[in-house]
Design a protein around this ligand. Structure first.
Ligand SMILES: [Zn+2]
Length: 512
């Protein structure tokens, strides 16, 4: 006996078991309802036969032969004079497959695609061509979402750095609800107009989104996305660290000059840096340029003009336009070594430094006595670099043997700017012992880094504890710090202050 369908009003007339199983079925209900007006009718107009494929049974393909009826509609005013009786649980009106077979094929298509679904299906006795499977997948109903109230707007890269779309998420349900082809004011505002239920929109600091919201959803409250705020701040810190690392590596190159002293000087003009320190300087310079480029593109998105960006990032306006024009950072290659009159004396300067003589005037006298004819400024600049980076605390204490430390690279050089940035942004209690040590060294490596660290820490506290009333004070501290790398962040926040404060509600103004 074949356990078939849980269908009332359907009777099995005949079962044939051969290569495939054929069931002949007959409908038994005395009446059927007109699909147009719903009136039940018992007046049969004609009978006909439908053939349907079903899921396999006991390992064999199953085919249904279904005798169905046509009825007259009894309602004289109904446009539908004749209708076919329906079996909504079994199949659609004109389908050649049962619903459960269609469902199985659709699943196959969604899981492994059209062609593979057809291949696997035929092995399993679930027959359907590639085209059938794809059609079923396309027909499948998309889950409908209730009208959103709180949404987030974000960039979505079709092609990184070249083409961006807009991803729209329903933040109450935590699901993406739409993907727009671009991020223009026109596209985004049109979408917003079609969704008048929206009352709160979280977005990044971009001026395009801000304009789109003003145009398409003036009723909505704008909230600056905290994640983007932190990300933008991290980018500024990364620029600062990259430039500090570049300095650090320049100072370390000075150390290697001693190693290279006896060799001819012409090597770096060949275009291939030979020493590890030279390679690192080059990599650091490229990383620094990359970080600057990312900062520029972020500012551009905020609607800043190239002259302003140039001022904020500390570059020539022409260079800013050039980089934006070509869409990436030109590879800088090794910098042409410009001969400095100080070069032949650097190793002497360094050894005196390690002996403990840090007095500029004294060192200048000694160098002059050895025949140095260059500027005083060059000496002081070199000493400043040594001060910043070479004399890390452990070296200052003189605990290690000098001849050993002299050729050892500063341990901070093992870090990339982004690793170092990460140290600034993680909770201190989550850092491992060696990471804490690195962080300490970074903070001691330069007063700028210590200031930056304190600013980051206070900002993160604001974000985590939602204490927006301290934002003004914090912005004041950043301006007082004169940290060039942070200025773009401050400018962005100033331009977008309402939305930022909405994202960091103050105790007094908490109305979320
Ligand atoms: Zn009718």
């Amino acid at each position: 006996m074949i356990i078939f369908l849980d269908l009332s009003d359907v009777e099995v007339e005949r079962v044939e078991v051969a290569e495939e199983i054929t069931l002949t079925l007959r409908t038994t209900s005395p009446t059927a309802s007109c699909p147009s007006c719903g009136t039940p009718s018992s007046r049969i107009q004609s009978r006909y036969t439908r053939k349907l494929r079903d899921l396999p049974s006991i390992g064999r393909p199953l085919r249904l032969i279904l005798h169905v009826r046509r009825f007259f509609c009894k309602k004289s005013t109904c446009a539908q004079k004749i209708f076919i009786e329906r079996l909504p649980e079994l199949c659609d009106v004109h389908a050649q497959r049962t619903k459960r077979l269609q469902e199985a094929l659709r699943h196959l298509g969604l899981m492994i695609g059209g062609q593979a679904g057809a291949d696997v299906g035929s092995e399993l006795g679930i027959s359907g061509s590639r085209d059938t499977i794809l059609r079923l997948v396309h027909q499948s109903e998309r889950p409908t979402h209730p009208e959103p109230h709180i949404i987030g707007l974000d960039d979505w890269a079709w092609k990184r750095r070249l083409r961006y779309g807009t991803l729209i998420c329903d933040l109450e349900r935590g699901v993406p609800i739409d993907l727009l082809p671009d991020r223009t004011v026109e596209t985004v505002s049109t979408w917003l107009e079609e969704h008048p239920t929206i009352d709160t929109i979280s977005r990044d600091g971009s001026s395009e989104y801000a304009s789109a919201i003003k145009k398409g959803a003036p009723q909505a409250r704008e909230v600056s996305d905290r994640w983007h705020l932190v990300k933008n701040l991290a980018r500024c810190v990364s620029v600062l660290l990259a430039s500090c690392f570049a300095e650090l590596r320049r100072a370390e190159t000075a150390i290697e000059v001693k190693e290279k002293q006896e060799e001819p000087r012409s090597h770096s003009s060949h275009g291939h840096p030979r020493t590890r320190a030279e390679r690192q300087v080059q990599q650091a310079r490229q990383a620094e340029r990359q970080a600057r480029y990312e900062q520029i593109t972020a500012l551009q998105k905020q609607g800043m003009k190239s002259a302003e960006m140039a001022a904020v990032v500390g570059m020539a306006e022409r260079t800013v336009r050039q980089w934006l024009g070509r869409g990436d950072v030109p590879y800088s290659g090794p910098r042409k070594s410009r001969f400095s009159p100080l070069d032949p004396y650097k190793s002497y300067l360094l050894s005196r430094w390690h002996e403990g003589c840090h007095n500029g005037a004294q060192l200048e006298r000694e160098l002059r006595a050895k025949g140095y004819k260059g500027s005083q400024k060059a000496i002081y600049r070199c000493l400043a670099n040594l001060e910043l980076f070479v004399s890390s605390p452990s070296r200052r204490s003189g605990a290690r043997d000098r001849s050993e430390t002299k050729y050892q690279l500063n341990p901070l050089l093992a870090l990339s700017a982004s690793q170092a940035t990460w140290l600034f942004f993680r909770r201190e209690e989550d850092l491992k012992a060696d990471e804490q040590e690195n962080l300490q060294q970074l903070r001691q490596a330069s007063p700028d880094l210590e200031t930056a660290y304190q600013l980051v820490k206070e900002f993160l506290h604001m974000v985590r504890e939602l204490t927006g009333e301290r934002l003004e004070e914090w912005l004041g501290k950043v301006e007082a710090s004169h940290l060039q790398a942070f200025q773009s962040f401050v400018t962005g926040v100033q331009q977008d202050k309402d939305a930022v404060l909405a994202g960091l509600p103050c105790l007094g103004a908490m109305d979320l």
